[in-house]
Write a protein that binds this ligand. Structure first.
Ligand code: EAX
Length: 320
């Protein structure tokens, strides 16, 4: 529901009962289960925002939403905040797509430095023109490949597999280049698609694979770490513009605290999650020659360089 309508209802209820102040309701959506890194992020945002504003904002969290649809809702103002991977965001703000290029970030530390620095801010600055405000960069994690058909040790082993990808042109192109049949679909449909064999596999960070119980429907995991997947905390521009300066600051601070909590949770699950998945019956290929995958992607890199500018990719690669 839209903030202003809810706010009016909430304001009436609070004023009627206490005559004190108006408490505004903030509707927050995220893509995975409540016990995932997105759930932690949403709860941290909620707690921090309440703390920083003397409880003037009350957050209602809805898990398991489709990222593209939630983002559309934020853009038109029927959802107040979405915490989403960048997967579908390039369809709204094309400048985001560059961060989805495979093997662009060396490690999480490198990614955090880039996204929290001037490059991340330049990308965030593109959102208001699309009716949205990106408050902070959080983390989904490094993406790995799972499938139900065979162990994937090298790029050739993946040839011919039908793999669900995000609705993201950069990812789809990469998979096509190594001979995979990319099948884009909303994350909310992935478990069933794996279970019914509509697709052979999917790719996601460890915390998504554990929280979504993919071990129940996938036998093989290869720790490719082929893409670093950040998240964004995105709100509606008119809503944000309508806040006082102090509240704008509170929303931004709350999102940054939530992003930090999300990154910490992801780091923890990236450590413990692989053992958990082994215990749940998955066979794990952990010794992956990433250079082989990068070589197999050479034709895609040529296209990325044309599309994004080699100097822009190098600026990210070489960022200290
Ligand atoms: O953001 O769609 C995806 O695979 C995402 O990584 C997942 O929904 C978490």
């Amino acid at each position: 529901m839209h903030l202003t309508r809810l706010a009016a209802v909430a304001a009436f209820a609070v004023l009627a009962s206490t005559g004190a102040y108006a408490q505004k309701t903030v509707q927050v959506g995220h893509p995975t289960a409540s016990n995932s890194h997105y759930g932690i992020a949403a709860r941290t945002f909620s707690e921090e925002l309440a703390k920083l504003t003397n409880n003037r904002f009350k957050t209602v969290i809805t898990p398991n939403g489709a990222e593209r649809e939630m983002t559309e809702s934020v853009q038109i103002g029927t959802l107040d905040l979405v915490i989403t991977s960048t997967g579908p965001i390039g369809n709204f703000v094309p400048e985001v797509l560059i961060v989805d290029v495979p093997f662009l970030f060396r490690d999480a530390k490198h990614a955090h430095a880039v996204l929290d620095g001037p490059i991340g801010q330049e990308i965030q600055a593109k959102f208001p023109a699309k009716g949205m405000v990106a408050l902070a960069w959080g983390e989904n994690g490094f993406r790995h490949l799972t499938n139900g058909v065979r162990a994937v040790n090298k790029p050739e082993d993946a040839k011919g597999l039908k793999i669900r990808t995000m609705e993201n042109q950069v990812h789809m192109q990469a998979f096509r280049t190594i001979g995979v049949l990319p099948t884009p679909m909303a994350f909310t449909e992935v478990f069933t698609a794996l279970q019914q064999g509509t697709v052979d596999g999917q790719e996601n960070p460890i915390p998504v694979i554990t929280a979504s119980k993919f071990a129940q429907v996938q036998k093989h995991l290869t720790l490719t770490g082929h893409v670093y997947s950040p998240t964004l905390f995105i709100t509606n521009k008119s809503l944000f513009d309508g806040l006082s300066d102090a509240d704008k600051k509170a929303w931004t601070e709350a999102a940054k605290a939530a992003a930090k909590a999300q990154r910490e949770f992801v780091a923890k699950v990236e450590q413990s999650g692989v053992d958990e998945l082994r215990a749940a019956g998955m066979q794990v290929v952990s010794d992956v020659d990433r250079a082989q995958f990068q070589q197999a992607l050479a034709p895609a890199y040529e296209d990325y360089a044309k599309r994004f500018g080699k100097e822009n990719l190098d600026r990210i690669r070489n960022f200290q």
